[in-house]
Design a protein around this ligand. Structure first.
Ligand SMILES: C=C(O[C@@H]1C=C(C(=O)O)C=C[C@H]1O)C(=O)O
Length: 407
């Protein structure tokens, strides 16, 4: 039987108006995000604020992830009627350790409405930045990926790079989150506390445009995104770039590989699956993307949102095609451990409902340091310098949030 999570997650029409009885508004949850908060997620459907950690997912050697999640729900469910919700992030490498937990308290509100957040300010005093690798070296690695494609059956690989930011003082993590939410209210804005040996607060903070998978009852939605063009401040040029992206053979090819992989994975679980034949354009504050919304109705009994998300991960939007060759190319060419970047971030309840976004446009932030990540899909038609420009545009999402710029 499919069970909806209605009790905790009503959907409101007016999201930022007066609170419904005891229920806080989305803006109030964002404003309440502070040192005691362990999790925040703003999606097009809801806003969640987690405080503290009631139970944390641990995994025995060789234990399947789904079994570890069942144990987490058993440990973290209280004896009252409070529905247990697991939240957190899973890394890019399926064998690496996830950060998943049931918060002490989880508040829910309707989505953050567009333009509802008042202007915000810089989250750090002046800072130094260092790219790893440099633009020139990244371009060389893209060229190496193209060479690999000519010599093997590799069709696509996503190559990423890092930008290390060192501020003069502590980075105000709550301000980074607010700045992201104010500039990217259409996507998935998140902040996840990461355990540290130092006891200092280290957080994964970002604003992803990409939904890996949402399951509510029998309904599933996946929204793969691939194919990107930097935006322009000039409206005419901005529009021209979006049109060029929509008709670019290279970007359509890059996009179709992802849609095909996502649809093929979901089809066996669905009694019907709608896959639009052509992508649509979506815009973030800094880039245009090609996007396809894939909807399905699940066969009963269905896997949980968590199991479905893990079946999809990593899609060719963040890894490549074929997956094994792409992973090997990433290990060979990227030169750093992605950690949680290009993994998944979201929530899941004990009935299997949940939402999982792809962990991109993000940074790991601790004290005065932030490590920003950005990647780009490389296919045979790619040109190295364009991929450099694409990753630079993607860094802007977090740089704007750190500097309070770009609105
Ligand atoms: C890897 C990233 O983004 C992914 C790659 C994209 C592309 O190559 O066009 C677009 C969206 C994401 O699926 C990133 O933003 O760092």
């Amino acid at each position: 039987m499919f069970t909806e999570t209605r009790q905790l997650f009503p959907t409101f029409a007016d999201t930022n108006g007066p609170a419904d009885g005891e229920r806080p508004t989305a803006i109030a949850l964002l404003q309440r995000y502070d040192a005691g908060s362990s999790f925040f997620l703003g999606t097009p459907e809801r806003t969640l604020l987690g405080s503290g950690v009631r139970a944390r997912l641990t995994r025995h050697p060789d234990e399947p992830m789904a079994a570890a999640l069942r144990r987490l729900f058993a440990d973290g469910t209280q004896n009252d009627d409070t529905p247990a919700i697991a939240v957190g992030a899973l890394p890019f490498a399926p064998e690496a350790h996830p950060v998943l937990f049931i918060p002490h308290r989880l508040d829910a509100a309707a989505p953050l409405a567009r333009h509802a957040i008042t202007r915000t300010k810089a989250a750090v005093r002046s800072s130094e930045t260092q790219e790893r690798p440099t633009e020139a070296l990244y371009a060389r690695r893209v060229q190496q990926a193209l060479d690999l494609m000519r010599q093997s059956t590799l069709k696509k690989v996503v190559l990423s790079r890092m930008l290390e930011v060192v501020g003069e003082g502590e980075i105000d993590q709550a301000m980074v989150l607010r700045n992201l939410a104010s500039r990217n209210s259409a996507g998935y804005t998140f902040a996840v506390d990461l355990p540290t040996a130092s006891g200092r607060v280290r957080r994964l903070i970002g604003a992803s445009p990409e939904l890996l998978l949402q399951r509510m009852g029998e309904h599933v939605l996946a929204n793969p995104i691939a194919g990107t063009a930097p935006r322009s401040n000039d409206p005419g040029e901005d529009l021209a770039r979006s049109r060029k992206l929509l008709h670019s053979a290279k970007d359509r090819h890059e996009h179709e590989l992802v849609v095909k992989a996502v649809a093929e994975t979901l089809r066996p679980y669905c009694r019907n699956l709608e896959v639009p034949p052509v992508p649509e354009l979506i815009a973030t504050a800094r880039v245009w993307h090609l996007s396809t919304r894939i909807r399905g109705k699940l066969i009963d009994p269905a896997p949980s949102s968590f199991d479905l998300a893990l079946a999809l991960h990593p899609t060719p939007a963040v890894c490549g095609e074929p997956r094994d060759l792409a992973r090997r190319a990433i290990e060979q060419l990227e030169g750093f451990d992605r950690g949680l970047f290009t993994g998944l971030v979201g929530w899941c309840d004990a009935n299997g409902n949940g939402e999982w976004a792809v962990t991109i446009r993000c940074a790991e932030i601790e004290a005065n340091r932030a490590n920003l990540y950005a990647g780009a899909g490389i296919v045979s038609e790619s040109e190295p310098w364009r991929e450099v420009a694409e990753t630079a545009a993607k860094f802007r999402t977090l740089l704007d949030a750190l500097q309070g710029s770009g609105v």
